[in-house]
Design a protein around this ligand. Structure first.
Ligand code: MN
Length: 196
């Protein structure tokens, strides 16, 4: 687990994204950031071993267990990235608008939960990661499963059919109009999001 790729892609003189930063919480955190860059997508991040394991989800996560959402694994991010929202300036990697869409905690759903991090780590390596989310929007069981016969980084995020599952789900329904109106970054400067 390393942040070399994350650091390489960014100019910290220009962007206000964090350079590093560890978690102060004992429980494992997750965050979903709506990222309006060259394309709108949602970045899904799970804390593990001192970094945020990260997937870019073009259509965003879903609470409908019939949806299978393509999730492209990207580079690890620092845990402090989970608190970042704002505008990444034009010309920089990921230039655009980052909005914290949901955050909370997660845990393994393995029956024998001796050590969550150990279980999650080995599931991640095996290509089938099962966990339970406790966020404001995302709740209950999910599976991230690595796709075979696809590019190395292609996974699917699937909601379990549990008491939290719903029949249809659009992540944009949970985005304030003021954030939607920002589209992607127009002014080219690193700024915080306007108050909404
Ligand atoms: Mn992104």
């Amino acid at each position: 687990m390393s942040l070399i790729e994350y650091l390489k892609k960014r100019d910290f003189k220009q962007t206000t994204e964090p350079r590093s930063g560890k978690s102060t919480e004992k429980a494992l955190s997750f965050v979903v950031q709506r990222h309006y860059a060259s394309h709108l997508h949602y970045d899904f991040r799970l804390e593990l071993d001192g970094v945020l394991k990260s997937w870019a989800i073009p259509k965003g996560p879903s609470m409908d267990s019939d949806d299978k959402r393509l999730a492209l694994m990207v580079e690890d991010h620092p845990v402090a990235y989970g608190d970042f929202e704002g505008i990444i300036p034009r010309g920089n990697y990921g230039a655009g608008v980052v909005f914290i869409w949901d955050k909370g905690f997660y845990r393994s759903v393995a029956e024998d939960r001796g050590d969550d991090a150990k279980t999650l780590r080995s599931e991640l390596e095996s290509g089938t990661l099962e966990f339970s989310l406790n966020g404001k929007i995302l709740k209950g069981g999910f599976t991230l499963v690595k796709m075979h016969n696809r590019e190395d980084n292609a996974w699917l995020l699937i909601k379990h059919n549990d008491e939290y599952a719903v029949k249809s789900f659009d992540p944009e329904d949970f985005v304030p109009e003021g954030i939607k109106a920002l589209k992607n970054n127009k002014n080219g400067k690193a700024t915080a999001l306007p108050a909404i």
